[in-house]
Write a protein that binds this ligand. Structure first.
Ligand SMILES: Nc1nc2c(ncn2[C@@H]2O[C@H](COP(=O)(O)OP(=O)(O)OP(=O)(O)O)[C@@H](O)[C@H]2O)c(=O)[nH]1
Ligand SMILES: [Mg+2]
Length: 387
């Protein structure tokens, strides 16, 4: 099933759920009358247990306990994404409503409005232009003039482009099944490097892996302490030097210790000053050389951490880092509560970098492996219109 079809499917399911909830409420109001199923059974029926109320489900017919347990994990993650995306969704919706509030006819002014709307929704400049161009063509061919049809076509184009650009994208972390995985975290100040390392360390530790952290941000004494604190929280060891010491020597020590202790994962924190861009890049190069000398296959990931709330700024940082160092993937932090989640589309379509991890809060378990399709389904399903 294509991504857009998935969204349509989710949209139809939501509509049915809405209808059922409405019916259930009506049934509750008319207590004496027996419950009556009015909706046609469809392929969406598999979700019945989510939507039916206790009134429709006599205690003895409730789904087995084990089935409910299986549901817990994905539902939690889904809920986090749902919540994290709420503002982005609202922004998209508001902008779409604005666009169609002034809708008179599908003319050149309207296409320009579409471009502006999409740029404003952070999906990226090139993407916005492309979508508007494709819409021009589509409208010509299909003669689609009704607002609902035009809106659905915009969403379809966005999703199709996103899907097409992601064909060869690998979103899983490059973990080494038999040996040490070395992940280097880079990014400007305050984006969430140290926090993301702490969260990921916790996840691996919980999986029973032997994890080691390296405090290679020696520029700030506070930075070392912060990583040490996260190490304590995640119950993993931290290799550190003194403030002001050579970050590459800390990394050397960490590589040595990781090998001695046969660690599974080494996560390296680095400094994020951008005012010394050249120094910073030199430092990263030196760190990488030290890693490679100890293990020619490493680092297995160079993860650029960007703050989703900064929108276009995050895009610019990613562009700069991509030009000077071989970034293998992104960690997109602070997706909780930002309205700028649309940059996920711009990141893929314009930077061609995979988002590998998503930060959805400040707590230790608020980091998720990024599922780009779930993200896009969650973002757009509420925007489709009944035609
Ligand atoms: N809401 C939210 N806050 C986050 C997330 N990730 C990080 N933060 C917060 O962002 C702030 C900066 O995070 P750090 O991990 O210190 O960032 P850093 O990149 O290590 O910063 P420097 O060490 O200064 O380079 C902290 O207050 C974190 O709690 C996230 O996913 N969601
Ligand atoms: Mg830090």
């Amino acid at each position: 099933m294509g991504l857009f079809d998935k969204i349509k499917h989710a949209f139809v399911k939501d509509k049915e759920e809405e209808q059922k909830t409405e019916e259930a409420t009506q049934e509750e109001e008319k207590v004496s009358e027996p419950a009556e199923e009015t909706t046609e059974p469809t392929e969406a029926e598999e979700t019945t247990e989510e939507t039916t109320t206790d009134a429709e489900f006599p205690a003895d017919e409730k789904p087995e306990e084990t089935e409910e347990v299986e549901e817990v994990e994905p539902a939690d993650t889904e809920k986090k994404y749902e919540k994290g995306l709420a503002k982005t969704r609202r922004t998209f919706k508001d902008r779409m409503n604005e666009l169609f509030a002034n809708f008179r006819s599908v003319d050149e002014d309207f296409f320009e409005e579409v471009e502006n709307t999409l740029i404003g929704a952070d999906v990226g400049f090139d993407t916005s232009m492309r979508i508007a161009d494709e819409l021009r063509e589509e409208v010509k061919i299909q003669n689609a003039k009704k607002p609902a049809a035009v809106q659905n076509t915009i969403i379809e184009k966005l999703v199709d482009l996103y899907e097409e650009e992601g064909e060869k994208e690998v979103n899983e972390l490059n973990e080494q099944p038999n040996g040490l995985s070395v992940f280097l975290f880079v990014g400007v100040n305050g984006t969430g490097k140290t926090t993301s390392i702490g969260k990921l360390a916790h996840q691996y530790q919980q999986e029973g892996k032997k994890v080691l952290l390296a405090a290679a941000d020696t520029f700030r004494a506070g930075a070392i302490d912060q990583l040490v604190e996260w190490g304590a929280r995640a119950e993993v060891d931290v290799v550190r030097g003194n403030a002001g010491s050579d970050p590459a020597s800390v990394v050397f020590d960490a590589m040595t210790q990781a090998k001695e202790e046969q660690a599974d994962v080494l996560l390296i924190d680095t400094a994020g000053r951008l005012q010394n861009k050249v120094n910073l890049m030199n430092e990263l190069d030196k760190i990488k050389r030290v890693i490679k000398r100890e293990d020619p296959t490493a680092p297995h990931e160079v993860l650029l951490v960007v703050d989703a709330t900064t929108g276009q700024n995050a895009m610019n940082q990613a562009q700069q880092f991509k030009e000077t160092t071989d970034v293998t993937g992104l960690v997109l932090t602070k997706l909780d509560g930002t309205a700028k989640g649309g940059i996920v589309l711009a990141i893929r379509n314009e930077l061609h970098l995979p988002v590998k991890l998503a930060g959805l809060g400040e707590r230790i378990d608020d980091l998720e492996v990024f599922d780009p399709n779930d993200f896009v389904v969650g973002l757009f399903k509420g925007l489709l219109q009944e035609e």
